[in-house]
Design a binder for this molecule. Structure first.
Ligand SMILES: [Cu+2]
Length: 126
């Protein structure tokens, strides 16, 4: 999965944090893998989309949204960080029909840096 952007939420704040706590400067979060996997075609509607990151996320600004090919949002709107693991972002899905779906994610890391990107997966026709 390739993150498409890595921008500072607030440059002055990020700079202040980076200077104050150097070890946090590199802790922005990038995805390591997802379920469904990037680009894969799967047989059945998945119960949710899960993305694992390489660092802990801030719950308030970290989101996943899933769209169908008609650009309608199809997820259940409950995008959230996993309660047991702050590096995991997930959103529940209703039962989806065959087609291609696009997942847009945005992650705010503890260092105030935002990463975002998108990928697709497909559900095969029966
Ligand atoms: Cu960063």
């Amino acid at each position: 999965m390739k993150p498409l952007a890595h921008t500072a939420l607030s440059a002055p704040l990020a700079l202040t944090l980076a200077l104050a706590i150097p070890s946090l400067a590199l802790s922005h979060a990038f995805p390591t893998h997802s379920e469904p996997r990037v680009g894969w075609t799967i047989a059945n509607s998945p119960p949710k989309v899960t993305i694992w990151f390489d660092g802990e996320l801030e719950p308030a600004f970290s989101t996943i949204a899933v769209y169908n090919s008609a650009k309608q949002q199809v997820d259940k709107g409950n995008s959230h960080i996993n309660s047991k693991d702050a590096t995991v972002l997930e959103v529940d899905l209703p039962n989806l029909g065959p087609g291609t779906y696009r997942v847009y994610w945005k992650a705010l890391a503890k260092d105030t840096h935002v990463t975002e990107g998108d990928f697709s997966f497909a559900i095969a026709k029966k």
